[in-house]
Design a protein around this ligand. Structure first.
Ligand code: HPA
Length: 281
């Protein structure tokens, strides 16, 4: 039986008082952003009827609702991946839940491997486009998707302004989605680079696709936590991913905070919301 998303949303609103605003999904090791929220209400996933469980180290598995500089926010600490055995419907359930909760824009974050030697671990990358490199639909070469409806041009522009204000260096690039759970081989990475990819990771793209279907303007950001396989000689480990995420956490928090503030400043103004939804700015 499919979970009743509308009943879940009612439960969450009842428990947290959240009635719309910005949603944030925090990737591996990036959960500390949620500590910035004022008046937080924490809901462990296990308390939400029929909600899936997060099983990965570095993902704590709770929703936190609260305020950031006066702006209502709901934060998902922990997400669901295919490699945990979840299907597409389950991996994207939080997004349909956000729509039901009245979420007006979504910020997705992740930890990813850098496929470019000139962009070392520790850098943040705005996802300006993505490629589905899972081959789940067959053997066709992965296509690159940029712009509307997946990568909101207004939010991308706003994130660059926020990065300037927060004095956080922010690159941009194409994110390649793989299933995992094993890290890639060097041959796979060189193939993804030839296709035009910049970073690789095991999440985010299903959430982007689902948010587009739900009509939620979305911004996605990668923390480059390691060099992808074959880019350096160092063996790749989940510990390195968590260590780097921890190292960049203060700039990551500053950047995200500034983005949330700017999004809400825009929505308060006469034109802000229209700007965010514009297709081709
Ligand atoms: N590959 C896939 N997923 C990842 C990586 C990587 O190198 N780093 C963090 N998530």
């Amino acid at each position: 039986m499919k979970p009743d998303v509308s009943a879940m949303a009612k439960f969450i609103t009842y428990r947290t008082g959240f009635r719309g605003g910005t949603a944030v999904i925090l990737g591996s090791g990036l959960g500390s952003f949620a500590d910035q929220l004022a008046d937080p209400v924490v809901l462990p996933y296990g308390d939400i009827p029929d909600y899936p469980r997060s099983t990965v180290a570095g993902h704590s598995g709770e929703l936190v609702a609260g305020n950031l500089r006066g702006n209502p926010l709901i934060v998902a600490k922990g997400r669901f991946h295919f490699y945990e055995g979840y299907d597409y419907h389950t991996v994207t359930l939080p997004i349909r839940l956000f729509r039901e909760l009245g979420v007006s824009n979504l910020i997705i974050t992740n930890a990813a491997g850098s496929m470019k030697p000139e962009t070392p671990p520790g850098n943040l990358m705005l996802i300006k486009g993505h490629m589905d490199c899972t081959f789940r639909h067959g053997v066709e070469l992965p296509r690159r998707f940029t712009g509307h409806p997946y990568h909101n041009p207004g939010l991308l522009k706003l994130a660059k302004t926020a990065a300037g204000r927060a004095a956080v260096p922010l690159g941009e690039g194409i994110y390649c989605w793989v299933f995992g759970p094993a890290y890639e081989t060097p041959a796979e990475i060189s193939f993804f680079r030839e296709l035009g990819g910049d970073a690789v990771g095991m999440s985010t793209v299903p959430e982007i696709l689902s948010a587009a279907e739900c009509g939620i303007p979305t911004l996605a950001i990668s923390t480059l936590t390691n060099y992808a396989a074959g880019i350096s000689d160092k063996p790749l480990t989940h510990e390195e991913v968590l260590e780097t995420a921890n190292r960049v956490k203060s700039s990551f928090i500053r950047l995200l905070t500034e983005i949330v503030v700017l999004i809400n400043a825009g929505e308060d103004s006469q034109t802000g919301k229209r700007d965010l939804l514009k297709r081709d700015s």
